[in-house]
Ligand binder design. Structure first.
Ligand code: HEC
Ligand code: HEC
Length: 340
């Protein structure tokens, strides 16, 4: 009996010594679960083949914020996807990757990703679970190989321990990396904005917001469709071509009819995710509305809804912006479970 106790405490001591203190979560992660808010469509991705657990979520979170995923250990997913900007890159028109190299596109917000029918501004990636392979291998983002990332992770006590808790053994594999990142990103649900409260009948719009909402439904919602504020299609919204000459959807399909079409982004938390459009060319919501009313560039692929622009008075624009601000979700933006 005495011997057993001694062995027990020796084991306990050696175990606790080998644990990197960094891994002890500072915030208890409760309530990681699949959510489909009332009235929303069925999500495209679900966790049926990626059983959710707090430990797997925490492994995904550690990976998301760890620069070990880049070639010179300087860039993490979180460098370009910041929570206070709904996981966009606040203040950067184009993303800045490894060694400060400038990318060619704006980092999109990450939220309600399970509903996405495709990823990236051109829809070049189809599944949330394979999405991280893009930025990891991208020479101007993480510039790293997945094989090397896995080797680096397997050499750390931190990931051995996180993996043990998440999957029952210490071995990190690319599949575990991808599945746990999908758990972290796929549970970034934003569904607690004032707009959502109004829909539930627990709050009401001000007169300006209500007027803005009515205008929005009439003029914008065909593309930015409720409740996700996108229908996930690819459209040319007339912003015109710049020197970057980003061909958009045609980059993937090679079809002339897809030239300069981009995935319609969700407008949830739009107040917080400036700058706007695939190349971050507009700094404010006023700029976006001035574009729709006055600077639509004609082209053969311009969406028919936007030919001639959308007629909006100054007051209309103000009201639409008041409405768009009701899509801000402080619960999501401040949710400590997702904080670095
Ligand atoms: C250097 C900045 C940068 C880094 C680092 C980065 N991203 Fe991104 N992310 C972007 C940009 C820019 C896009 C849009 C790319 C495109 O359209 O080609 C994007 C797109 C995405 C999307 C698609 C969102 C959508 O709605 O289509 C997801 C998901 C994502 N990133 C997750 C990650 C993960 C996970 C990591 C870490 C492994 C990561 N990102 C690292 C800049 C970055
Ligand atoms: C024909 C479809 C269509 C209509 C109608 C439309 N949009 Fe868009 N919107 C888009 C597309 C496509 C993009 C993305 C363009 C890009 O990435 O370059 C976009 C982008 C935006 C953005 C920037 C989002 C971001 O995250 O960068 C805002 C804001 C916006 N639209 C607001 C509106 C408002 C307000 C209206 C109505 C006055 C409207 N849109 C009407 C298709 C449309």
């Amino acid at each position: 009996m005495k011997i057993k106790l001694i062995i027990g405490s020796v084991l306990f001591l050696s175990y606790s010594c080998s644990v990197d203190p960094e891994i002890i979560p500072t915030v208890k992660v409760d309530g990681i679960k699949e959510i489909v808010p009332q009235g929303w469509p069925t999500p495209k991705y679900n966790f049926n083949n990626n059983t959710l657990s707090t430990e797997r979520f925490l492994l995904g979170k550690a990976l998301f914020y760890d620069p070990i995923l880049s070639a010179n250990n300087t860039i993490s997913c979180g460098s370009c996807h910041q929570q206070f900007g709904a996981f966009s890159n606040v203040g950067h028109d184009l993303s800045h990757g490894i060694n400060g190299i400038l990318g060619t596109r704006n980092s999109p917000a990450l939220q309600n990703l399970n509903w996405n029918t495709s990823f990236m501004h051109d829809g070049g990636i189809l599944n949330l679970e394979v999405q991280p392979l893009g930025p990891i291998a991208n020479p101007i983002e993480h510039n790293e190989t997945i094989g090397n990332v896995i080797a680096k992770l397997n050499a750390t006590t931190k990931y051995k321990s996180l993996c043990q808790s998440a999957y029952g053994d210490e071995v990190m594999t690319s599949q575990r990396l991808l599945k746990s990142l999908a758990q972290f990103m796929g549970t970034m649900y934003s569904y607690n904005s004032k707009y959502d409260e109004v829909k539930k009948g627990t709050k009401s719009f001000s007169a300006d917001e209500q007027n803005g909402y009515n205008l929005f439904v009439a003029k914008c919602a065909t593309c930015h469709t409720e409740p996700l504020f996108t229908n996930y299609e690819f459209k040319n919204n007339g912003i015109g071509v710049t020197l970057l000459n980003d061909s958009g959807r045609a980059h993937i399909t090679n079809l002339p009819s897809d030239l300069y079409k981009f995935k319609i982004p969700s407008l949830r938390n739009i107040e917080k995710s400036a700058p706007y459009m695939h190349d971050g060319r507009f700094n404010t919501l006023e700029d976006c509305l001035n574009h729709y009313s006055s600077t639509i560039a004609p082209s053969s692929n311009l969406d028919p809804l936007l030919i001639g622009g959308i007629s909006l008075t100054t007051q209309h624009k103000k009201d639409i912006i008041s409405f768009l601000k009701t899509l801000t979700d402080p619960t999501f933006l401040n949710d400590k479970r997702f904080a670095e």
